[in-house]
Write a protein that binds this ligand. Sequence first.
Ligand code: BG6
Length: 510
Amino acid sequence: MKKTENQMLVIFGASGDLTARKLVPSLFNLFNANQLPKNFIVLGASRSDMTDTAFRKKVVLESKYLKEKFKQKSDKEIEEFANTFFYEDLGSDYDTDYSRLRKRVEDLNNKYKTGGNIMYYLSTPPTLYEPIAKNLADAGLNTQNNGWKRLIVEKPFGYSLETGKALNAGLQKYFTEPQIYRIDHYLGKETVQNLLVTRFANSIFEPLWNRNYIHHVEITNAESVGVEKRGGYYDKSGALRDMFQNHLLQIVSLIVMEPPIGDQPEEIRNEKVKALKSLRIMKDEETLHDHTIRGQYMASTINGEKVKGYREEEGVSADSTTETYAAIKFFVDNWRWKDVPFYVRTAKRMPTKVTEVVIHFKAPHHQIFQDSGLNNKDNKLVIRIQPDEGILMKFGVKVPGQGFKVERANLDFYYSSLAETHVMEAYERLLLDAMQGDATLYARADEVEAAWEFVDPILEYWKNGKDVRMYGYAAGVWGPENADELIDGIGYWRNPGENLADDPGYCVIC
Ligand code: BG6
């Protein structure tokens, strides 16, 4: 097991929602599992005027996100956890002199013996990332001569290739690349990490993982919710920036990548960058027109309840053309994947919340059982990221009786069957990794830039291109009907249900 050194976590934007909803509960899980180092404290920093006691009350003692977790714990243990939290008011602006912050950090470090090791977590709007990094540097809070310093930043990492590059360069002026941890919470999901293990710890999949055997790859990311209270942010972002440029391209890179030399962070990240760089960038309008579809949800009634259309949501402009649905077809220009189409879609207000990868294998090249009903029923490997996490393999079996009628059966594995195992939440895992200096599951600058390089021309075409398609779809359906045109000639999108194996498959296996 890796060692977690004594350290201090400084959270900028500590009075915001992410701190209470994700960061503190994850820290509590680590505390509960004895994963925090012996000397560990959290210093919240933001623009609210709060005492240590008020901060403890807000994010720990009276937090609705911890209520359930506290049921199993004694008052003494809860107090012990709460007492590791401190607060520093930065005044009216994050862009200010940090000498008072420095003094507080030094005092706490001396008192609680955190070894000079500091992890800065920026849970603020991205426009503040560079000013905060600069102010930390100006106050000498980035130097590593007395303990390490790490900087964690949340997405979005830029708004385009240009702004993404500018942000990376801006941060790298004050922190070196190995000190910067770009968090993508999808990489913290067990099932996303398991993509690597499925591929490279088994000898039965990798030999088939190429153009010779794979017909196409389909990835669906659906959410049943709309934009909720984030209309203001989302309207400037859209599905492609919000989900595709980061989370989904990270998943794509794990499917596309070549085997890494080993499991060290740079060995894995080098292969992921190579994979992202091999995505064929769409340049001409005809391809961009034919291979991309965007849509926006419209008002409808779901289970008797009226649901707002996207343009009626709070913070969204009444004539917005921001997409809440994006479907992209693309190819990968390398030896392994030549001519294999990838279909990736992401959307809000779908019938259910689900993320899955489907590897569709080619039909056997010589069809022996032609009249068996096997046509168009390919072997599929379904990797379910969430919910009902698991893996399902669909393969042909003989229907008992005369002749050779073939049907599809399911062979499956469910994470829930590992009842004894505590599956870490994404933020919990990622925080612990950063505390231990393991950047494997964090995005490197060149990965982020390679992803923007692929996405930029699509965004540009959607903004300024000719005949750009924008379809409406009723909230609660699987997107615009026209989305099927993208996958035409191949079949149809697999519209997954809540459960991994909820299709009317034929099953004779116990
Ligand atoms: C976030 C997006 O990164 O991921 C949200 O900004 C989205 O719009 C969320 O809802 C989805 O995450 P998960 O883990 O619930 O699939």
